[in-house]
Structure formats: C-alpha cells, structure tokens
Design a protein around this ligand. Sequence first.
Ligand code: SAH
Length: 222
Amino acid sequence: MNATRLSGIGMTSQRTRSRLVQWLLDEGIQNQQVLTTVEATPRHLFIDEGLSHRAYENTALPIGEGQTISQPYIVARMTELLLETGASDKVLEIGTGCGYQTAILAKLCKTVFSVERIRKLHMQARKTLKGLNLHNIQLLFADGFNGWQQNAPFDGIIVTAAPAQIPEKLLLQLADGGRMIIPVGSQEAEQELYLVERQGDKFRKTFIEKVKFVPLVGGVAR
Ligand code: SAH
C-alpha cells in the first residue's frame, strides 16, 4: 500500500489520531495496549475515501449495506473488557463489518476468527485486512448466530451487532474461564452491553453500559 495513504495526512494524520486517543483516555479507557493499538490503526482505510476526514471522530460511520463502523470509544471499551484478564489467545468476533475491530483484535490476540453475514462486506474486509498485512485473522461468510463451531472453544467472543437475547450457541462456544462482550436489546429500546464470564457450566452476566448497535440478523445476504 502507498505509504502516504497508510500514514495519512491532514485529517487522517498521526496528530489527528493522537487527539482521538487523548479523548478515549479522558472518557476512561485505561488499557495502554488498547490505546496504542487504536493510535496505530488507520481507521480511515476501513471507510469510504469520501468520509476519510471524519475517520478519527468518535462517531459511528456508514460502511454501506445499511451497516456502520462502530464508534472508536465502543471498540476500545469492548476490547479492553475482553482483555481484562488476558484472555487473548483465540477470539471470535461476530459482525466483521469493515474489519476495523478485527484489525484491533488481531494486534492484541494470537488468532482472530470473524464472521460476517453480508457477502459484500466480508469480501471488502478481506481485502482491507490483507492490505494491512494482518495474517492471524480468519474470516467466514456465514450467519454468526451459529458462531464458528470448528474453531471453538474461544477464550473471548465479541459480538458487534445486537440480538434480542444472548444466543445460546455462542455461550456454548466460550471456553471455561472465557469472556463474551455482547450488546443485547431491540432496535427501538436502548440496548445494554454485557460482559458474560463462563465458569464451568455457569455464566455470570455483568451490565456494562447503555449502547446503540445495528441488529444481529439471522441468515446470510449474498
Ligand atoms: N465490527 C464492525 C462492526 C460492523 S456493524 C466494525 O468494526 O466495522 C455490525 C456488523 O454485524 C454488520 O456488518 C452486520 O452485517 C453484521 N451482522 C449482523 N448480523 C449478523 C450475523 N447474524 N452474523 C454475522 N454478522 C452479522
């Protein structure tokens, strides 16, 4: 990839990115590794060039197909929660979208598995992540309600779209001692972000904060 495009200029420059990181710090993100990774990850490459100038604002942005790239704060927060106890070997993400969260996870975990139900987004994310030379990522075009059984159990599961209830199949693909970060709720109501910790056959659910995500939808879209 062109070095200037990768490092960014003006509104995509390193200075603009550092400002975002300062903001995340002010908002309470504490994990230094997470902050460093956000600072080093070119978010502008995951969105349409026409929106590049807004890439380092703390907002969700459209990525096509009616979907959005998550707000940097929520990406950082979910990643921080996932890694709190160092559960970083095998991670499953449901909802690859443009692959931004996937890229952040790939820099902090050994292997990242990510599932996306919209073919076009899946293909585009593959291209973007390849361009960034991230090779510890496996992408799957499928319905994430089913998880990714062949690679289970996972030390961590991050769900980046909201189901009405926590899918049972995902809980069962969590390793003993594993952690899941998931938004739950309908589109009309406010959704809630939860941390679910598995201990044997027990699942402990902790409310984190109110959030707004696109819905987790069943089936695939070719
Ligand atoms: N992590 C993404 C967030 C994208 S928005 C990012 O950083 O850009 C959530 C994504 O979840 C959308 O791309 C949507 O298509 C996808 N999604 C929704 N339901 C899904 C399902 N059942 N299986 C897999 N992906 C799903």
